[in-house]
Design a protein around this ligand. Structure first.
Ligand code: CA
Ligand code: CA
Length: 240
C-alpha cells in the first residue's frame, strides 16, 4: 500500500471526526440541550419510567397539614445502574386488607398509572399496607409510588416504605421512607416530609438495598380516610 495515500486517508478520517464533533457541539449550542442524555461517567443511566397523563378533576382542595413538601415541578433525572428494570411489574401483591373496598390488588403492579377512574385499588380505613413479592432477592435502586393523582391537592398520611428478606418482615428489614412523624403506625418516628400526590409519582431513593419483599403503609389521606394505590414500581436488578 502507498504510505502517502494511507497517511492522507488518516488525515481525512481525522478531519471527519473533527467535523462530526464540531457538528455535535453546534447542535448542542443551538438547542441548549444535547439530543440525548449520555450515560454518566460511572455507567449510570436515567431511570426511564413511562409517566401517565396529568388528570385533575374538581376544585383544588387546600392542604392544611404542616411541613408538606412544595408542589413538585418536573422531576430531574434519577440515575440508576444500566440494566435496572421495574422488578414489580406483574408481580403478586398482598395486603393487610384482603378484601379491597374497590378494585383489585393486581392493579398495583399491572403497569397502568392512569389517573382516570377505575385504575386505583381502594383499601379500607386506618393503617393499611400492601406488599409486593419480587420473587427473588434483589438489589433495589428506586421505588416509585402513585397513590392517587387526579386531585389537586391530596396528601396520604403516614407513608412508610420498607424492604425485607421475608414475607413477614422479620429479617433484614430496612426502612427507605417514613413520614409518620408522631409514630402513630408504631414503626418508628419518621423524618421524611409529607408530599402532594402527583402524576409523576413519588420517587424514593433505595440506594441499592437488598431484599425480596417491599411493603408500603399509609393511614388515610387529606380528603378521606381510605387508602389508595394506582401503581408501585420497584426499580432494581435480581441478585445473582
Ligand atoms: Ca396500575
Ligand atoms: Ca402519624
Amino acid at each position: 500500500m502507498n504510505p502517502t495515500a494511507n497517511l492522507q486517508g488518516e488525515h481525512v478520517m481525522k478531519s471527519m471526526h473533527f467535523l462530526m464533533a464540531l457538528g455535535l457541539v453546534c447542535a448542542t449550542a443551538a438547542t441548549g440541550q444535547p439530543a440525548v442524555t449520555p450515560p454518566a461517567a460511572d455507567g449510570r443511566v436515567p431511570l426511564a419510567t413511562a409517566l401517565p397523563k396529568p388528570v385533575i378533576r374538581g376544585s383544588p382542595v387546600p392542604i392544611t397539614i404542616p411541613n408538606v413538601e412544595p408542589v413538585p415541578g418536573k422531576r430531574p433525572d434519577f440515575m440508576v445502574p444500566a440494566g435496572t428494570v421495574n422488578l414489580a411489574k406483574g408481580k403478586k401483591v398482598t395486603s393487610s386488607d384482603t378484601d379491597p373496598v374497590d378494585g383489585e390488588l393486581s392493579l398495583i403492579t399491572d403497569g397502568d398509572k392512569s389517573g382516570e377512574e377505575g385504575f386505583a385499588v381502594e383499601l379500607n380505613t386506618g393503617k393499611q399496607w400492601v406488599q409486593i413479592d419480587l420473587g427473588q432477592p434483589s438489589e433495589i435502586h428506586a421505588i416509585l409510588v402513585w397513590h392517587f393523582h387526579s386531585q389537586k391537592y391530596r396528601v396520604y398520611h403516614d407513608v412508610v416504605v420498607q424492604v425485607a428478606e421475608d414475607a413477614d418482615f422479620l429479617m433484614g428489614v430496612k426502612t427507605l421512607f417514613n413520614n409518620d412523624t408522631d409514630n402513630s403506625l408504631g414503626l418508628g418516628v419518621g423524618k421524611n416530609r409529607p408530599y402532594i400526590e402527583d402524576y409523576q409519582g413519588k420517587l424514593i431513593d433505595a440506594k441499592g438495598v437488598r431484599g425480596r419483599y417491599v411493603r408500603l403503609y399509609s393511614q388515610g389521606n387529606t380528603s378521606n380516610k381510605m387508602n389508595h394505590y394506582i401503581e408501585v414500581e420497584v426499580w432494581g436488578k435480581p441478585v445473582k
